[in-house]
Ligand binder design. Structure first.
Ligand SMILES: [Zn+2]
Length: 231
């Protein structure tokens, strides 16, 4: 029962499209594929604001900001509330939504980041890492060396979730990443969408986790955005 509950949640985590949209007040996008990823964040700031209902919930604000800080605390990119950068043209607008969702990378203007799973800060971090510019780990350019995707186990409408993407920001393939799917995600019930290649050991034998940031999760953010300068 617990597994089924988790799977439903993770299906929802991993739906996204790209493209800027007006917000707040606009509808959530519903497509699940992405043709063109967004850009990196500039001027050392990852700017966010909250919808009024999230802003009024100090627990949710704290959850988001702690997740952001865990991702960016050792980097040169700073988690910046829009109140500190009111003229910043590009920002994430965090809403309490019906599913977990984020665009990939900076879209330009206001972009929605929707959280349903407020009770898991790592899922919040997963969505923020999308907004910072990362896709799912099993779409890594070198993924076929590590996993074998079984497209016949995936409904046609979800096969794009397993399309290889080269976003030029990937570190070494990381089975421990918060961005890695579980094998059953997006597969037909009772099936698995991918299998670990023979010879892989340890963490690779059970891909998918949402309880800690991996070393590579953080290292690849530092590699792209730089390391915080020491005072
Ligand atoms: Zn995702």
């Amino acid at each position: 029962m617990m597994k089924a509950t988790c799977n439903v949640a993770f299906l929802a985590v991993c739906v996204w499209v790209t493209g800027a949209q007006a917000c707040p007040g606009s509808n959530m996008p519903s497509a699940s594929d992405a043709a063109v990823a967004g850009q990196r964040w500039l001027t050392g700031r990852f700017v966010y604001s909250f919808s009024p209902d999230v802003a009024a919930d100090t627990g949710r604000v704290a959850t988001f900001e702690e997740a952001c800080q865990k991702l960016l605390g050792t980097t040169a990119l700073r988690c910046t509330p829009r109140s500190e950068a009111p003229a910043a043209p590009d920002f994430v607008f965090v809403i309490n939504g019906g599913h977990d969702f984020s665009y990939i990378g900076r879209q330009g203007g206001c972009q929605v980041l929707s959280i349903l799973s407020w009770n898991n800060p790592i899922i919040v971090a997963h969505e923020i890492k999308h907004a910072l510019g990362w896709a799912h780990e099993q779409q890594h350019p070198e993924r076929d060396r590590y996993i074998e995707v079984d497209f016949e186990a995936v409904p046609a409408r979800h096969r794009a979730e397993f399309r290889v993407r080269d976003l030029k920001n990937e570190g070494p393939y990381d089975f421990d990443s918060i961005m890695h799917f579980f094998p059953s995600d997006f597969a037909f019930p009772g099936e698995v969408a991918f299998r670990t290649r023979p010879g892989e050991t340890g963490r690779a034998t059970a891909p998918g986790q949402r309880n800690h940031l991996s070393e590579t999760d953080l290292a690849e953010i530092r590699a792209v955005y730089g390391v915080e300068e020491q005072q």
